[in-house]
Design a protein around this ligand. Structure first.
Ligand code: ADP
Ligand code: MN
Ligand code: MN
Ligand code: MN
Ligand code: MN
Length: 383
């Protein structure tokens, strides 16, 4: 054991020393340890499921595995990273007999956890014939981005709410064992250990998002204690989906360090507790220009005509959340209003005052697929 430790120390100093002093097997390990050129690449993908709580257990929707490249890729261009494959029969994405699915790198950021030259690579999933897999909602979004959409330079701000659960997912993090905290009121944007649970993870997550170069625009403690929000944006269509997915992966990954399980389930606690949503703020160039309110109103008018199409794709279990209570509009109604947090679409007061800006779609549940929300908003307001 002592020899091994000193060998490892020698390795840090340089491979020649190590090779001279150790057995053949140890020498091979050492050569790997000193290969400063090796780069760890975390291939991340969405398995197509939506985060839920089942049988008291929280299962999330992100998957990843590590590829070590002996020759580092020095660019952040996704096309410079090799495609890879995975066993789709183990992620619910393929049958056992033809189980290979392909990971196609789409978006690369520095890895804020491993540091150095290591990177996180968001991938979309292709089937064995290199066609988009049925769970590949990114490809569906990419397919509708034509010149008209590009000219409108759409921007999105995604308010990702989540609920921290104690390990095992049985109870909300910080809630008294077998009981309940005080009724909702003091927790939203609260401060103090009586009001706020889990800030260490929320802060570590924000920090990681910033180090990864994500466009995170803030965090806040939410209405239900143990519930939090981070915002990604304003970002373009594909970028919004990619960044939200990487931010979700970082939340789950950091949860491993903190012993906290984060869930995007729309209504983790039944009763008089707020659900968990993903308000999506949306603007086009026309909405942001002088007199943009006309474009905002026109978009709302069009959205009012395809409410069911959105609702059916805005997250599994969203009916438990969109009840008309707890700052939501009933799932069967479509209402809009200025500063109205009981509406489907809210026009923020500053937007009304400026006569231009953006709208907020309050309907998506926290477990919604961000590529899908973005696609539906573009499709049903611009195309
Ligand atoms: P709320 O008051 O609903 O809690 P937040 O401050 O949490 O709002 O989130 C607002 C989001 O809207 C932020 O992510 C912000 O970046 C985004 N946003 C701001 N301006 C625009 C815009 N013009 N288009 C799209 N998103 C925008
Ligand atoms: Mn294997
Ligand atoms: Mn918010
Ligand atoms: Mn919120
Ligand atoms: Mn909001």
């Amino acid at each position: 054991m002592a020899a091994c430790v000193s060998t490892q120390k020698a390795c840090m100093a340089g491979p020649t020393v190590a090779v001279a002093r150790s057995s053949h097997r140890q020498a091979r390990m050492c050569v790997v340890r000193v290969n400063a050129l090796a780069q760890r690449v975390e291939y991340i993908w969405h398995d197509g499921a939506e985060g839920t709580i089942e049988k008291g257990m929280q299962f999330n929707e992100m998957r990843s595995k590590t590829k070590v490249l002996q020759k580092p890729v020095t660019s952040f261009n996704a096309a410079d990273f090799p495609e890879w494959s995975f066993d789709g029969s183990s992620t619910g994405q393929a049958e056992g007999r033809s189980s290979d699915c392909i990971l196609r790198p789409c978006y690369v950021v520095p890895d804020p956890i491993r540091g150095g030259d290591d990177v996180l690579v968001m991938c979309d999933v292709l089937d064995a014939s290199s066609a988009p897999h049925p769970t590949n909602t990114r490809a569906k979004l990419a397919a509708i981005i034509n010149d008209k959409v590009k000219a409108e330079a759409c921007l999105f701000g995604f308010e990702q709410e989540y609920t921290m659960m104690a390990k095992g997912g049985q109870a909300v993090y910080g809630w008294p064992a077998g009981g309940f905290p005080a009724p909702q009121g003091p927790f939203y944007c609260g401060v103090g250990s009586e009001s706020v649970y889990g800030r260490n993870l929320a802060e570590a997550h924000m920090d990681a998002c910033i180090k990864a170069g994500l466009i995170i625009s803030g965090i806040n403690a939410e209405v239900m204690p143990g519930q939090w929000e981070f915002q990604i944006g304003p970002t373009g269509p594909l970028e919004t989906g990619d960044q939200v997915m990487i931010a979700r992966w970082l939340l789950h990954r950091l949860g491993e360090e903190f012993g906290i399980v984060s869930t995007f389930a729309p209504k983790p606690m039944k009763g008089d507790w707020n659900g968990t949503g993903a308000h999506t703020n949306y603007s086009t160039k026309s909405m942001r220009e002088e007199g943009g309110m006309a474009a905002i109103n026109a978009a709302i008018e069009r959205l009012s005509k395809c409410h069911p199409e959105h609702i059916t794709q805005y997250g599994t279990g969203n009916e438990l959340r969109l009840t008309g209570k707890h700052e939501t509009c009933d799932i069967n109604e479509f209402r809009f209003g200025v500063g109205d947090r009981g509406s489907s679409i809210r026009i923020p007061l500053p937007v009304q005052l400026a006569g231009k800006g953006y709208l907020e779609d309050r309907r998506p549940a926290a477990n919604v697929d961000p590529y899908t929300v973005v696609r539906l908003l573009i499709k049903n307001t611009l195309l």
